[in-house]
Design a protein around this ligand. Structure first.
Ligand code: MN
Ligand code: MN
Length: 345
């Protein structure tokens, strides 16, 4: 570098601030994340919320509400997903800028962390599922789109009941398991069966459903997925076809109608996400999962979740780090729809 170039750099950057970019897009994003005082918020201080969003008790005026569902009475093996929401709230150094979409999602929609679903009893799975449905039906009636952190995967059934009551939704589902299993031990309500129940209730359209990352020793339980017309992408096929091809298939399957996105962290390899109740080796990498989700921009996403985060099995905290990032990806997708409607940058 010659002296003149160095002088030019000094003149431009020696006294420039952290958010002082030349690029117009980055400058606009910087303006959206600036606090009134000009100070950056410390991610380790203050009361933790999902993605550092503001808190709200009342969801009336929101586009997107982030909700914790600390309930794991539906697990078939290791419990602990009730601790997922608190742990994910603790990871705040995610976003606010989305590098692929070049947006600041929290500035693109009215959004807040509205706390956790209130449960009548910590002892009753059946009652808890009713509580969830009632809570989400009220949000849906207000036009608020829910973004949830579980909890075990049984929570997605009452959420779909609330969202799909009038129009059945499509589904993009990342998981090691299809979760379309029948009843066992006297209960059809458990984390291995929410999507069978949702189809049978007429709130989930199996022909607009794609399940990605399926593997492990439970394949004998997934007949319902195939018979009902779901698209099931086993891990072997995922590896052969690659992310781009599977992403294209997902867009084809769900089409333009309302779609729900449900991500079970056990879809990811336990090397990255050991903090979950039913880990299965040989899963997606975070790179693959993020790449896949980032192709879903423009879908009509009516709700999304990240479930089965059981942080106590992961002393590295990598699982909650991944879960918070996945939550941010879903959040970004949900606000892209909003951008399309409002023309917001
Ligand atoms: Mn699941
Ligand atoms: Mn699973």
């Amino acid at each position: 570098m010659d002296k003149a170039q160095l002088e030019a750099l000094r003149a431009r950057y020696a006294d420039a601030g952290a958010l002082d970019a030349t690029d117009q897009g980055l400058r606009r994003a910087a303006a959206q994340v600036k606090t009134p005082s000009g100070q950056r918020r410390a991610p380790y201080a203050g009361l933790p919320t999902f993605l550092d969003l503001p808190c709200a008790e009342d969801a009336t005026d929101l586009d997107v509400a982030v909700i914790g569902v600390p309930m794991d009475l539906g697990v078939s093996n290791r419990p602990g997903a009730r601790f997922g929401p608190r742990a994910v709230r603790g990871i705040e150094r995610i976003g606010p800028y989305h590098p692929t979409f070049k947006t600041v999602p929290m500035a693109s929609a009215r959004c807040a962390d509205i706390g956790d679903v209130p449960f009548r009893s910590r002892f009753s799975l059946d009652q808890s599922l009713e509580d969830i449905e009632r809570f989400y039906a009220a949000l849906h009636a207000q036009g608020v789109r829910p973004l949830s952190v579980g909890g075990d995967h049984s929570i997605t059934y009452p959420i779909l009941k609330a969202l799909g009551r009038n129009t059945p939704v499509g589904l993009v589902h990342i998981d090691a398991h299809c979760d379309t299993m029948g009843a066992f031990d006297g209960s059809k309500f458990h984390h291995g069966g929410p999507f069978r129940l949702a189809v049978l209730d007429g709130v989930l359209d199996p022909e607009r459903t794609i399940q990605i990352g399926i593997r492990g020793s439970s394949n004998m339980f997934w007949e319902f997925s195939h018979v009902s017309g779901m698209t099931v992408v086993y891990m072997e096929e995922f590896m052969q076809a690659g992310v781009a091809a599977i992403a294209e298939r997902a867009r084809e399957v769900v089409g333009a109608g309302p779609v729900y996105v449900s991500v079970d962290v056990d879809g990811f390899d336990p090397a990255y996400a050991p903090g979950t109740g039913t880990p299965e080796v040989g899963g997606l990498t975070p790179r693959e999962g993020l790449a896949l989700l980032r192709t879903l921009g423009g879908l009509n996403i009516v709700g999304a979740d990240v479930v089965e985060v059981a942080p106590q099995y992961d002393p590295t905290t990598n699982t909650v780090q991944l879960a918070a990032q996945l939550l941010f990806e879903e959040f970004a997708l949900m606000t892209l729809g909003r951008n399309a409607q409002t023309g917001h940058p």
